[in-house]
Design a protein. Structure first.
Length: 159
């Protein structure tokens, strides 16, 4: 479908809703469950995950990720604190434990690559927001160039 050139100056889709702001849909407290599977698809373990995401500046260009696994597979209790810097649809951040890079593909689909010093893996995460209050993360963890584990995390917005 083509837009007529004479309509370009008046074409409008209305105001930008807050969910269209990159990464706005993450901003909340979340409770979830992380399920871990072997490369062969066998269930290995489950762990509660508590997450808090919030903007730390007025311009909404930096947000804080606080993630607490009660029992991260093969590691135990693990808490991450990472500030993420937004540039248009991309995000980057680094802490002592992880380096994170991500992209917004659509307002409800995000991809992240995480280099984890905790698990010594490269983590590929695909975040899908089922609706405003429910989110699923599909995770593929690589160690030494081979699939180490898969994980599925399901979250519910609680605050």
């Amino acid at each position: 479908m083509e837009t007529l050139n004479e309509h370009r100056d008046v074409k409008s889709y209305g105001p930008l809703d807050s969910w269209m702001q990159p990464y706005q849909c993450f901003m909340a407290r979340w409770e979830g469950l992380c399920k871990t599977f072997s490369p062969q698809g066998e269930f290995l373990d489950g762990s509660a995950v508590h997450m808090d995401c919030y903007w730390i500046n007025q311009e909404k260009t930096v947000w804080h990720l606080h993630e607490h696994f009660t029992n991260l597979y093969e590691i135990g209790e693990t808490v991450y604190h990472t500030d993420l810097h937004v540039d248009a649809k991309t995000v980057k951040g680094e802490s002592d434990l992880v380096k994170i890079e991500g992209s917004m593909l659509t307002p409800y689909n995000y991809t992240f690559t995480i280099w984890s010093g905790v698990s010594n893996t490269i983590v590929y995460n695909n975040h899908y927001f089922i609706d405003a209050n429910n989110r699923r993360i599909m995770t593929h963890k690589i160690r030494d160039g081979k699939t180490h584990i898969y994980q599925i995390q399901d979250f519910v917005r609680v605050g």
